[in-house]
Design a protein around this ligand. Structure first.
Ligand code: BG6
Length: 487
């Protein structure tokens, strides 16, 4: 264990869904696995009027479902409880910060991590009152949850507000996809295997597909989602980050700036999708009532809190081009949506066909090689190659086989993305967090599409919940003579 300093991890929005579902369980795991050293405190802050005991009871109750298949260590549970605090604070009132000032003063030696898991409109005011309450130390960090704005301009306003009180090096902008183990495995796969390096380019790769499909609907978040839609909620951040890791040049080291410099170059090389390209290279969809996970579900417009006139998209498919030497002529197809047939996230690297076949039937049965990186629900990496069917049949008959490049099944438990990212904040390692220039470059690219949709009145196409999205997304890729990968 290399964690040397105890921290105060202050979760603003500590009673919110993310804190209860992800952050607190992740911190418990870190505690149980010995990554949070003695003296580290977790301080949940929220408006809800609860006592520390009531909050602890609530957390323990939630743990029963969160950890239902896992055993937890009673010793660490006790230790975790002893270091868990709850403060009921109206974050808009400077005077209300007094209990936080008192609690933090009890351990002035602790480093302070301020995790802002609130509405982004509160980021600025929280930072301001932390400053006026003299709670920001030279080693303090601030963690920002997405969404950081809903376009370039609003993200700049939020970033400017936070930057008044925290240096860029102390700001950790979370994209939880970067905390997923298999996502980090992309770096290992690309940059620790000579095998892939020479073929990772337009000469050998035909195209790339990135799919992040969700079967869930809005999970009670209609209001939020209606203002964002799939483009802002998923593409501008998670899908672009995956794309960056796949497409970036080798960084000179794993150091935060080397990796982020390379990702930024990819985002800046994305060809703008505008004018007539919008109709050809983008598809918006919105789910209508259907059947999902064997249950009848309402359409987006009929969801609780919904409004029948919304034209927010719950599905996006795009053809993206990267204008640089490595990727010239290699399309990247992205798609994501809610209420799709099944939940899965997958990256497919589809290699070019062989130039000439020596096999019967002109090699018509020869499938292109594919590298398939599956992020969820299961994590796996497979390579599809051609092989001879064993036996004595005349001529040489071929079959496609799957090479399993997975980590051994007895490997330790794969940590949740938030465990990894929270620990990186404790370790003060910014590599897997988004720098301001990255976020802004992503908005510049995404805003063009969003504005284009509005200007050209491109409305979402309806798709039935529980299907693969609008048929236009199949047409989008088939127009180029390709098809979505189905295992
Ligand atoms: C969040 C989005 O960032 O990611 C949600 O706001 C989405 O709408 C979620 O459901 C998906 O995350 P995961 O890890 O479940 O794929």
């Amino acid at each position: 264990m290399n964690e040397k300093r105890a921290c105060d991890i202050i979760i603003f929005g500590g009673h919110g869904d993310l804190a209860l579902r992800k952050l607190i369980p992740a911190l418990f795991h870190l505690c149980q696995d010995g990554y949070l050293i003695e003296g580290t405190r977790i301080i949940a802050v929220s408006r809800e009027k609860l006592t520390r005991q009531e909050y602890t009871d609530l957390i323990l109750e939630r743990f029963k479902t969160t950890f239902k298949d896992q055993s937890f260590n009673e010793y660490f549970l006790e230790r975790f409880k002893n270091n868990l605090y709850y403060l009921s604070i109206d974050l808009m009132q400077e005077k209300a910060y007094a209990p936080l000032i008192d609690l933090l003063a009890k351990k002035p030696e602790n480093e302070r991590i301020n995790y802002l898991s609130t509405a982004p409109s509160l980021f600025g005011v929280i930072c301001k009152f932390l400053n006026t309450s003299k709670l920001i130390m030279p080693t303090s960090r601030v963690v920002l949850e997405k969404p950081i704005g809903n376009n370039l301009e609003s993200s700049q306003v939020i970033n400017d507000e936070v930057a008044r009180y925290f240096d860029e090096s102390a700001i950790f902008r979370i994209d939880h996809y970067l905390g997923k183990d298999t996502v980090q495995n992309i770096l290992a796969l690309r940059f620790s295997n000579m095998l892939f390096a020479p073929i990772w380019n337009a000469q050998y790769i035909d195209h790339i597909q990135i799919t992040v499909a969700e079967s869930v609907g809005l999970e009670g978040r209609w209001g939020y989602y209606n203002n964002y839609g799939a483009m802002r909620d998923m593409v501008q951040n998670h899908l672009l980050q995956l794309l960056c890791l796949i497409a970036m040049e080798p960084p000179s080291s794993l150091d935060g700036n080397s990796v982020r410099d390379e990702k930024l170059k990819v985002i800046r090389s994305l060809r703008a999708i505008e004018n007539e390209a919008l109709a050809l290279k983008t598809v918006r969809g919105q789910y209508a009532a259907g059947v999902s996970d064997q249950k009848a579900v309402p359409g987006f417009l009929e969801e609780d809190g919904g409004n029948a006139n919304s034209d927010t998209e719950t599905f996006v498919a795009l053809r993206v081009d990267i204008d640089n030497w490595r990727w010239n002529g290699v399309p990247i197809y992205l798609r994501t949506g809610k209420r799709l047939r099944k939940r899965y996230s997958e990256i497919v690297i589809d290699f070019k066909d062989i130039p000439h076949s020596i096999f019967p039937k002109g090699g018509q049965c020869i499938d292109s090689n594919k590298l398939v990186i599956r992020l969820q629900p299961d994590e796996s990496i497979s390579m599809f190659i051609m092989n001879k069917i064993p036996g004595l049949s005349e001529g040489m008959r071929l079959q496609r086989v799957e090479l399993d490049l997975n980590i051994p099944k007895n490997a330790p438990r794969s940590p949740d993305a938030y465990e990894h990212l929270l620990l990186d904040v404790v370790r003060n390692n910014p590599t897997l967090f988004m720098r301001r220039d990255e976020v802004e470059a992503a908005w510049i690219w995404a805003d063009k599409i969003l504005e284009g949709w509005k200007k050209q009145n491109i409305t979402p196409k309806s798709y039935t919940a529980g299907t693969d999205g609008p048929s236009a997304s199949i047409a989008l890729i088939e127009r180029d003579g390709r098809s979505w990968y189905e295992k």
